[in-house]
Design a protein around this ligand. Sequence first.
Ligand code: IMP
Ligand code: MG
Length: 176
Amino acid sequence: MRERQILFSRQQIEAKVKQLGEQIARDYHDKNLLVVGLLKGSFVFVADLMRAIDQKIVIEFMTTSSYHDAEDSTGRVEIVQDFSRDLRDFDVLIVDDIIDSGLTMKSVYELIRSRHPRSLKTCALLDKPSRRKVEFECDYVGFTIEDLFIVGYGLNYGDYYRNVDHIFVFVEENEK
Ligand code: IMP
Ligand code: MG
């Protein structure tokens, strides 16, 4: 039997998102902020985070898809859908749900950097530093977690559960 164990409640996530939003608003108060959300995973987080940042923001989205697994350290990250805006006048903040191997953030970071934004930083609600395959340090992190597969609040399991308003892990009954 599989059971769900709550890792972060809706209230804990709300408090963290508010804190991140306030910090970003302080750091970007005199900047021209453009948020790039990475789909699909970040859509719930981006929607809450952008409303926690009390200033003018431009939003763009990119859909990424990764084809890396435990054996594949080269990790191909495909940009399934891109946006076309000129970034040279913007201070860009890339936002993802979670950083795992670091391959997604690193490759998107390098792609966006090649488009010469005024400045470039990254933000993730969750970070699993023990899983890194490439060196990557995120500028704004909500929660740092162990090597767990987590679900909910935009994060999927077999493309389901993105709509769950909290973050949980599946545990086998006999593992408890
Ligand atoms: P990375 O490229 O290995 O850093 O993986 C990043 C992407 O993998 C994230 O954007 C997520 O979509 C997905 N991902 C990584 N860990 C988890 C998890 O624990 N649950 C659900 N999705 C995850
Ligand atoms: Mg993702």
